[in-house]
Design a protein around this ligand. Sequence first.
Ligand SMILES: NC(=O)c1ccc[n+]([C@@H]2O[C@H](COP(=O)([O-])OP(=O)(O)OC[C@H]3O[C@@H](n4cnc5c(N)ncnc54)[C@H](O)[C@@H]3O)[C@@H](O)[C@H]2O)c1
Length: 259
Amino acid sequence: MRLEGKVGIVTGGGSGIGRGICIKFAQEGAAVLVADINMEGAGETVRLITEAGGTAAAVKSDVTSPESVENMAAAAVEQFGRIDILVNNAGTDIKGSVQDYNPDTWDKLMALNLKGVFLCTQAAAKRMVPQKYGRIVNISSMAGKTGEAFTSPYCTTKFGVIGFTQSIALELGPDNITINAVCPGAVETDLIKSSVSGTAKLNNRTYEEELYSKFISQTPLGRVAQPSDVANAVAFLASDEASFITGSTLNVSGGREMH
Ligand SMILES: NC(=O)c1ccc[n+]([C@@H]2O[C@H](COP(=O)([O-])OP(=O)(O)OC[C@H]3O[C@@H](n4cnc5c(N)ncnc54)[C@H](O)[C@@H]3O)[C@@H](O)[C@H]2O)c1
């Protein structure tokens, strides 16, 4: 087991990709703090892990609130003794054309997808620097590498996550803390279902036509991803096998994104 004895926090661990990462971490031997605003989803993730013999606890956490994030980090130390791994996964996408986009919605997306990554990294770094060990993995997107129509706020945040990752890799490398980003393509979760439905409407297509046109037809491996595809990559970057990898960005897109 690659994460034996390690303690990991996964934000947005109550659903989709985050839940997949929590389950993979537990299978690899880590104790997992499932952080989410949705306690029902977080509780379900904990149930899935503990019933399989793993170790996990849930904490209610809003990544946009400094106080809530500080409580999350304190809860990890209180429950499991330390923080070895942080996965900044919580995030969402709200589509729209630039002419019609509501500025308040723009601010909300920036707060969740970008400021949340900063706040959680800050809280974890305060605990990781003194112990001279840490692994941080940020979930960006292939929309963090290439622009997409009707997706400008989301792309802005996901490009931002990559810039943040590279900057912090320079700052925290001397303290033996690595930080990397993962760029998934389309992953079968609630988020992709609502996102594809949104652009389908704007493009006057059915859901299936939009999914095929936007993702599957342009994916060399001919399918969308499952949360486990992303979780496998995150577990590698969180493990000691990746101890000389920092500031990098790993595509998990079936070949849809290659740079
Ligand atoms: N699904 C995809 O195709 C895809 C592709 C590329 C990148 N991503 C990224 O992966 C991440 C996870 O996406 P997903 O598809 O699993 O989404 P999801 O909607 O299934 O899960 C997101 C989770 O984040 C939680 N959350 C929302 N706001 C929060 C807050 N303020 N504080 C804490 N938790 C909060 C939600 O309750 C939910 O459990 C996101 O950052 C997303 O941008 C997803």
